[in-house]
Design a protein around this ligand. Structure first.
Ligand code: AMP
Ligand code: GLY
Length: 428
């Protein structure tokens, strides 16, 4: 079997790692692989969003399965292009990817389908948006409707902040095209959960829920990032909560999308808020989360390849499930000094010998290999994932592993999973 992975971040390294375990004899290819992926696959020197060139390459190289990591190629229609050429591909079509690429679309879909989420209004006109903010007051949340690399949502604790946010989006176009349309929504209180469902458009296999850490600083302070760490399982995500998510979120959303002529096949990621009155959706993503994938897949004790290939080939997931191993996984992201603001690249990375083991994996994100040496090439550089019998064991091993990574300016959060730790402490 010949498998192509599109994308080259920590999520794609984790996908490659898991799929290689599922199919040790398959041949793997990846677009511009990072320093951790490169030794495990053959490089394809085509940009992920160049869907024309990629589909041509995949046809010429008789690729049996393509797995798309990031949202940008999905929103650009990579799946439509591959399907038109009869190439099996895992991911949603361009129309279905709007569930992430257009918050206005996703909010309207949820409203129509009765999926619980924050009340919202959509604006393209600055004066209208300003009036609405003044009318509603704070706290309130302002979001660029389009794709904004995880930075398009501003949680505003006062009215002045909210007015600044709408002006920066609709007035100054600081988010470019993504901010020409703005969603303003009610602030929700609660803990967040990331829930991934592999779906054939009708049936879904829900993977182990995880929790991300979006803020750069310990105790969830400072600027928003792409994600500084994650853990799974989350003790709040009881089987009842997962069932509630299936019944009130996944099933009605998939049914509404199918009815809309945009059936969603691929990985549907629901960002949920556990509010005092039940689950509510914060956002949907049309792909695996990063860095959540780096903890969800190491805990998966059955074949991911089987699920992805079934969906890509148009099969049904009816009656299918995924096994989860006992224990817990924690990943700690090691980032470049200055991230999520500006940072320098090209710092040499030293990973001590013997750092990795059966229970500790270093997933590469922003790294590149040159002449046998490893250098930083992005803000999030590595994700150090540890698996342990207990949450506390995994958290300690992940933190200790991250501390052993050495490059100029390296930093990480030493408190990944602090909410779970606090809960365990309370429960003990
Ligand atoms: P999003 O880009 O929609 O995922 O939002 C990024 C982050 O902003 C989320 O992970 C939440 O922490 C926060 N957020 C988004 N929407 C809301 C909301 N309605 N109420 C409270 N927090 C929110
Ligand atoms: N970790 C959040 C995301 O992948 O969007």
């Amino acid at each position: 079997m010949r498998i192509l992975i599109v994308g080259n971040g920590g999520r794609e390294h984790a996908l490659l790692w898991k799929l290689r375990r599922d199919a040790p004899s398959a041949e793997f290819f990846a677009t511009r692989p990072n320093g951790g992926m490169a030794p495990l696959c053959e490089a394809v020197e085509i940009a992920p969003t160049d869907v024309e060139a990629l589909s041509g390459w995949a046809a010429a190289h008789r690729i049996d399965l393509t797995v798309v990591g990031p949202e940008a190629p999905l929103a650009a229609g990579i799946v439509d292009r591959f399907e038109a050429k009869g190439l099996p591909v895992f991911g949603p079509t361009k129309d279905a990817a709007r569930i992430e690429a257009s918050k206005a679309y996703s909010k309207d879909l949820m409203r129509g389908a009765g999926v619980p989420t924050a009340e919202h209004h959509t604006f393209t006109n600055l004066a209208g948006a300003e009036d609405f903010v003044r009318e509603q007051g704070a706290p309130i949340v302002v979001k660029a409707s389009g794709l904004a690399a995880g930075k398009g949502a501003v949680v505003c604790m006062n009215e002045a902040e909210a007015l600044d946010a709408v002006r920066s989006m609709l007035g100054d176009l600081q988010f470019g095209e993504a901010g020409r349309e703005v969603v303003i929504e009610e602030f929700m209180e609660g803990e967040e959960l990331s829930v991934f469902a592999v779906t054939d458009g009708v049936h879904s296999v829900i993977l182990v829920p995880s929790q991300d850490h979006k803020r750069v600083g310990e105790g969830d302070t400072g600027l928003n990032t792409g994600g500084m760490g994650a853990y799974a399982p989350v003790s709040l995500a009881t089987p009842e909560i997962i069932e509630e998510a299936r019944r009130t979120v996944f099933d009605p959303t998939l049914a509404a999308m199918a009815a809309d002529g945009a059936a969603f096949k691929g990985l549907l990621y629901a960002g949920l808020m556990l509010t005092p009155t039940g689950i509510r959706v914060v956002e949907f993503n049309c792909r695996f989360g990063d860095p959540e994938t780096q903890v969800v897949l190491p805990l998966m004790d059955s074949s991911l390849l089987d699920l992805l290939a079934t969906v890509a080939e148009g099969g049904s997931l009816a009656g299918r499930s995924a096994r989860v191993r006992a224990g817990a996984a924690v990943t700690t992201v090691v980032a470049s000094g200055g991230y999520p603001g500006s940072y320098e690249k090209g710092k040499e990375i030293r990973l001590p010998a013997g750092l990795e083991s059966e229970d500790l994996t270093v997933f590469h994100a922003g790294t590149e290999e040159r002449d046998g040496r490893l250098y930083t090439s992005g803000g999030r550089v590595l994700a150090v994932t540890a698996v342990g019998e207990t949450f506390a064991e995994a958290a300690e091993a992940s933190r200790a592993g991250a501390a052993r990574v050495d490059f100029e300016g390296a930093f990480f959060r030493g408190d990944i999973g602090w909410r779970e730790r606090a809960r365990n402490g309370t429960n003990a």
